[in-house]
Design a protein around this ligand. Sequence first.
Ligand code: SF4
Ligand code: SF4
Length: 609
Amino acid sequence: MSVYETFKKSFWGPTIAWKRLFTKPVTIRVPKVYREAAPRYRGFHVNDWELCSGCSTCSKVCPTDAIKMVPVDITVEPGKKAQRPAIDYGRCTFCAMCVDICTTGSLNMTREYIHISDDPNTFFFLPDETGIHHNNPPLGYQRDENSDLLDLERVEMEELPGEDRVDSFIEFVKGYSREQAIVEASRCVDCELCIDVCPANMDIPRYIESVYRDNTTEGVDWIYKTNPLPGVCGRVCTHKCETVCSIGHRGEPVAIRWLKRYIIDQESTEDIIRHAKEEIVKKSTGKVAIIGAGPSGLAAAYYLALMGYSITIFESKALPGGVMRYGIPRYRLPDEALDKDIEVIKALGVEIKCNTTVGKDITLDELKEKYDAVFLGTGFTTGRSTRVPGTDHKNVLMALPLLEKIRDYLRDPENAEKPPIPASLIVIGGGNVAMDVARSVARLQKMEGKKINVKVTSLESMEEMPADLEEIVEGKEEGIMFFPSRGPKEVVIKDGKIVGLKTVACTRVFDEEGRFNPQFDESDVTIIEGEMIVEAIGQAPDYSYLPEELSEKLEFVRGRLLVNEKGQTSIPWLFAGGDIVHGPDIIHGVADGHKAAIGIDEFLRNKEG
Ligand code: SF4
Ligand code: SF4
């Protein structure tokens, strides 16, 4: 450019700019009239905080990393986290993947599309149900129900059909193949909601991930950190974790329990023992006595042995396992699975003295003399009776002794006493123990060539029955008949023989405050026919092994021992866990045993120091 042209440009340039002041602007101002967006418009988000579980799946799927989970000051129920997604609209591309994947359907988009502010912070926004300007804008894009971002269907578990499985006591759930397990594991969105709900706080997403990566050895590592009874829990855990699984809001929850079983079934006992021995972390001195080789006692023994303590378990029965050995039927929990878990615990040096009843063969005072601490895991061993007239008849049995007799007989049919196999049975109770009795006797009837004739009656309606739903469904498939919402009145006896159970309608089990307070309609009478009755309405502890002077120093609440968060009773050297502390299932016992092991270790180290 010549000198003249340069001069001309810089002289006239400003006047051109000034001229633009008087011409029509090219940019469009914010429309004064708001234009309605299309019904499926992808505008700013809204999120129903009541529905949102804080699972963070939306945050994980976001391709531009526009969503951050932020802690919020709200009270949440178990299975939810006090965090909600906040969206950075500087990054958000309004692709709506977060809405499509939202596990609860709480996150949606609105038709609102205008937000003007000179404060950049307002573009990072924590949506609630009122929207970015808190004006409840109309909803725009909502979840596409055909979206396949989540895999909603569980890989089906192969099982024997009802009519075939009732022919024997063999385990009827087959277990996943490698391919099935990997596909099932791939459904997990790693939200970690299940961890908080598991009483043992198992790191479920990590062991599921190990299945997905086809590395079950690593899975064993994760499992044993908090649960040394995985072969048992992989089969009969009450799997509360699955009730909160994110995938369960829209589809079938991830089969957490079956994946745990898959991991343990792949690894040999020797490999698990080798792994467990590598975990022995420190050499502590000290001797601990454990009373009861049930879930809590075995778990306490495992973790104390890892810490280097010398452990002796005193078990009154001939074999270790407690309710796992003598209560739960073998079609749900075969001996081999329990034995495998116990072998690992014994391999750490834990001694189990069976056929040794504390209070009879050795006293608690003697244990106190010989050991530095004692753990009580004696469980609930005696049954409760309805005490209605006629329950003193010899053919009215308690559930636990009958289940024990059946398991002993199946273990050694040549030598064990044969359990009674009635032509018709009435089971009183609506819990898992009632189902165990009903389904076991149905099998025995079938195996004897009899017609299945087992009736379960409970105060609760079918919907309220405390038994696991799968137990009820499977029981029905096997031919069990149900008489729900009935209250037993009296055992009907003719010529010295039981012929039935007189019941009246139960109109309500719990009162408005949720307390057990059944109400009956005495005019609605039904006689349920049967020649034998089993009462399975609950169990109670037997503390007869506790010397009186110790009992007086212990605190009890409604029959259960009061302990601190480390399982320590009001007597410093005495710890307790499992059913006698709070129950109600195996995984709570495992968690109690683990906590108590930590408590005992602390107690003994403080004592040494
Ligand atoms: S995916 Fe849905 S439920 Fe989960 S945190 Fe996001 S908005 Fe909440
Ligand atoms: S198993 Fe279910 S609840 Fe647990 S992390 Fe996976 S998706 Fe979440």
